[in-house]
Design a protein around this ligand. Structure first.
Ligand code: ADP
Length: 273
């Protein structure tokens, strides 16, 4: 049975929640498998000194988001901080998925799947773009894979709480656009920059971006015009998409809408299997 938000509201009843095994570690607490009224869920625990009320205000944004490529929020429970209950993504995050399964697949099928995966992420982001919401932490570690191999963006809506503007130490430097790092100018276009890095992660099977470079080196060199090379298995058409996502001038980067169109054109021109 699906949990109906309309009936329960987004405030869930802790007595109906059964916590299961630990399936991940988040920055603010552990993530558990669980069951809520018969539905398999993931429960993210937030140990935070911010009052639960402040978190609740932020998560109400999430209650208004529904898209097949965004991890769905089922509700929250104010409990020792906060429990955030979402749909369970059984295959975990995209980085681990790519690292363990990426190369084991036949080359051709790998490319086919990568094509779908990046389109799914793009569609989720286009939905946020239309709602004028900025993710701020788009990266393969924040894309989760469902049982039926759907890729969905997670950790949206919380980001405004997570990143205190002055708290630069917490920024994911290797994914963050230069103008966001330097002037804290976050926008959909800085999300597009991160999407370019995510494309690089997909085509390098979950490698850490800018391998062997320190964070301060990345900051300095990217500002100076340095860009990562194409991963070995990356088609030139995909690499050119990465490069336009990494334009130094935000307005020269494409929108997610435009990116999706480009991805679809490219898929249309591929030979059917
Ligand atoms: P944070 O953003 O606070 O670091 P995450 O939301 O990324 O925490 O969660 C940490 C890990 O927990 C993820 O990488 C993933 O492996 C697991 N996880 C989080 N949410 C889910 C979910 N809905 N379904 C399955 N696993 C999840």
């Amino acid at each position: 049975a699906e949990v109906e938000l309309s009936k329960t509201g987004w405030l869930l009843d802790i007595t109906k929640l059964q916590l299961g095994e630990n399936i991940g570690e988040g920055e603010f607490g552990a993530v558990y498998k669980g069951e809520y009224m018969g539905q398999k869920v993931a429960v993210k625990t937030i140990k935070c000194d911010v009052t639960a009320q402040a978190f609740l205000q932020e998560t109400t944004v999430m209650t208004k988001l529904q898209h097949k490529n965004l991890v769905r929020l089922l509700g929250v429970i104010p409990q020792k901080g906060l429990h955030i209950v979402t749909e369970l993504m059984t295959k975990g995050n995209l980085v681990n998925f790519l690292r363990t399964r990426g190369r084991s697949l036949v080359q051709f099928h790998t490319l086919q799947r990568q094509t779908y995966r990046r389109k799914y992420v793009c569609e989720g982001m286009e939905y946020l773009e239309n709602k004028k919401l900025v993710h701020r932490d788009l990266a393969a570690r924040n894309v989760l894979i469902s049982d039926d191999n759907m890729a969905k963006v997670s950790d949206f809506g919380l980001t405004r709480v997570d990143f205190k503007v002055s708290d630069n130490a917490k920024l994911p430097v290797k994914w963050t656009a230069p103008e966001a790092l330097k002037k804290e100018k976050f926008s959909t276009k800085s999300d597009v920059w991160s999407y370019g890095v995510l494309l690089w992660e997909i085509f390098s099977y979950g490698r850490q971006p800018y391998p062997k470079m320190s964070l301060s080196e990345v900051k300095e060199r990217v500002e100076g015009g340095y860009r990562m090379e194409a991963p070995v298995d990356c088609p030139p058409s995909v690499y050119s998409l990465m490069r336009i996502c990494w334009e130094i001038e935000p307005r020269r980067r494409p929108t997610f809408h435009k990116l999706r169109e480009k991805l679809e054109q490219e898929m249309g021109s591929q030979n059917p299997v």
